[in-house]
Ligand binder design. Structure first.
Ligand code: SF4
Length: 233
């Protein structure tokens, strides 16, 4: 078994897998440096594991019948070659499997989709605007490919967008919604940026962010035609 480098474990969560009680495994490492990343301690690839996968599996063994699902989050879980084996192991134990991903590695995501029951895919911005958030040139196109694979797979999913006034305007959100509509994807669920991690260094505080995004839908409805503007085509 290829082992997973793990940066943390949340033993109980009611919010990380829709409608299910889950444990969350935080995978170590991410190649991006998003300006609002909440988990900067998970970004270095080489940090020591705080908990071994075998210990996670022993914990899960004791939680059979109490937990419904196991979610792999990060960091970026698809960075690690150990992810498929870990997904198979928790599925063999009878848990549903979930993945939080930024869609950085489309081919790796495609490879694990048959092992997943649900995917939460971060959509950070209109695809051509990704570099302003991730710090990596042209990083959005890989995410578009990941989304296409996800849509083709028929695996249940949610698209989530973190909103901060320093990173996305209302116009950006409408343009993004147009791009998703054209791909046949559901609208994003908007998440307010929390002022922690790297987000603490952003130029606006949380209240200013919320005020500037006032009127943005947060329940996963289409934004086209809302927010008092039309999307640029
Ligand atoms: S992709 Fe996710 S984990 Fe990686 S830097 Fe961005 S917010 Fe952080």
């Amino acid at each position: 078994m290829n082992l997973l480098q793990i940066g943390g474990l949340a033993p109980w969560s009611s919010i990380d897998y829709p409608g299910a009680m889950s444990a969350v495994v935080f995978c170590q490492g991410c190649p991006w440096r998003c300006l609002y990343c909440h988990n900067p301690h998970l970004l270095p690839r080489k940090a020591a594991s705080t908990i071994e996968l075998t210990d996670v599996l022993h914990f899960l063994q004791r939680r059979r019948g109490l937990l419904d699902a196991v979610v792999f989050s990060g960091g970026e879980p698809t960075l690690q070659t150990g992810l498929p084996d870990a997904l198979m192991a928790v599925r063999d134990m009878g848990f549903r499997t979930g993945l939080h991903t930024a869609g950085i590695y489309p081919e790796r995501l495609r490879a694990v989709l048959p092992l997943l029951d649900w995917v939460g895919l971060d959509i950070k911005a209109p695809f051509e605007r990704y570099a302003s958030i991730t710090g990596v040139a042209d990083s959005g196109w890989a995410v578009r490919d990941s989304l296409q694979y996800l849509l083709d797979s028929k695996v249940a999913y949610e698209l989530r967008t973190t909103v901060h006034a320093a990173s996305l305007s209302a116009e950006d959100l409408v343009l993004l919604d147009v791009q998703l509509l054209r791909m046949g994807a559901r609208p994003v669920v908007l998440q307010k940026c929390r002022p922690q991690g790297q987000a603490a260094n952003l130029p606006y505080g949380a209240e200013e962010t919320f005020r500037q995004q006032d009127g943005a839908e947060q329940d996963g409805t289409r934004l086209v035609g809302k927010l008092g503007m039309k999307g640029k085509m």
